[in-house]
Design a protein around this ligand. Structure first.
Ligand SMILES: [Zn+2]
Length: 338
């Protein structure tokens, strides 16, 4: 085949892990999205290999092998070039060559090809809105169901300045002032799940101190939203190269500030880390996790509890800051991994 380039992204979205795993005789354990298996890349007596069927990512705690579905084929074929792995992947999944070639504009093609050659050295947070939804029809919704409505938010409203971030960040994150309804008078941050679906809003009261009886931050009520099964900004981080450093904070306002400075960041939205949040962090494959300490004893205790689990196969460090906005520029630069 002589086409000048191949659209790896289109191929990966068409391809399916099930036939690939069957082809390489990998037997899955468990149910749902997240599966385990005996690793085929190292002598494995247990089930060190984790595979996420929806996101099409894998990660082995025994040998450190990790990547997307295309990387899996390349590795299973003893390190053949990605281009040849793409051919193999098309054969295994019975995908017509037309799907994987010449489907985009030349500039788009270049960007895709470069991304897949892994020349990018840093994660640039992408607008959540433009992320293609990777949800399959059979993906269970879990505790945080996609919303069937969206709030009308005013990004130009003066109250939005409370975040002290650029208009570009406001636009990319979809932040805006809400004039009516349950979030009336609040500056709202849309909450997208790890496949970019809108599952709720977090509303900040824009003035300090807030009036009696007004909560500074309003999250969706517990009946409709489970913070422990959620990680803010997960989709853009999962969709990109593994970040060299990933900041993890419980505070959404700090996460917004860090995002604004180009730092790969996720927020837990509660003073702790759950097992499912740690699992998503594993899939993000950062070389270093930076837990942002903030003087909250509950958060510090949660950090201490999860240090061993987080530190499997990577480094973890704690960065103590008192205010997300008062982090020195050198620290931002370090967090960006430069
Ligand atoms: Zn392995």
């Amino acid at each position: 085949m002589q086409s000048s380039w191949m659209d790896f992204s289109a191929l990966k979205s068409k391809a399916d892990f099930a036939p690939v795993l069957a082809h390489y005789r990998v037997e899955l354990k468990g149910e749902g999205d997240q599966r385990k298996a005996r690793c085929i890349f190292h002598p494995d007596n247990g089930s060190s290999l984790k595979i996420n069927l929806t996101r099409k990512l894998f990660n082995c705690f025994g040998c450190g092998a990790s990547g997307n579905i295309l990387d899996f084929v390349a590795k299973a074929e003893r390190g053949i070039p990605l281009r040849d792995a793409a051919q193999k992947l098309m054969e295994i999944c019975r995908i017509e060559p037309a799907v994987a070639s010449n489907a985009a504009t030349p500039s788009g093609a270049k960007a895709t090809a470069e991304k897949d050659k892994r020349t990018a050295s840093q994660v640039q947070p992408e607008p959540v809105k433009s992320e293609p939804a990777r949800s399959g029809p059979d993906r269970p919704d879990g505790p945080n169901k996609p919303l069937t409505f969206s709030l009308k938010l005013d990004a130009e409203h003066d109250a939005v300045k409370m975040f002290r971030v650029s208009p570009e960040t406001i636009r990319r994150l979809g932040i805006g002032y809400c004039a009516r309804g349950l979030m009336k008078g609040r500056v709202c941050v849309p909450l997208h799940d790890d496949v970019s679906r809108l599952v709720g809003y977090a509303g900040f009261w824009p003035e300090e101190p807030e009036p009696e009886g007004v909560e500074p931050l309003k999250l969706p009520d517990r009946e409709h939203f489970d913070s422990e099964a959620y990680l803010w900004n997960a989709a853009p981080v999962l969709g990109e190269m593994p970040p060299p450093r990933l900041a993890v904070t419980q505070r959404l306002e700090w996460a917004v500030a860090l995002f604004d400075r180009g730092v790969p960041v996720v927020a837990t939205l509660w003073p702790g880390l759950s097992e499912s949040q740690v699992e998503v962090l594993d899939l993000m494959r950062p070389s270093l996790i930076v837990l942002v300490g903030d003087d909250d004893p509950a958060w510090e205790a949660a950090i201490a509890d999860f240090l061993p689990a987080l530190a499997t196969g990577r480094a973890v460090t704690i960065l103590d800051v008192e205010d997300g906005n008062s982090v020195p520029e050198e620290t931002f630069a370090w967090l960006r991994g430069k």
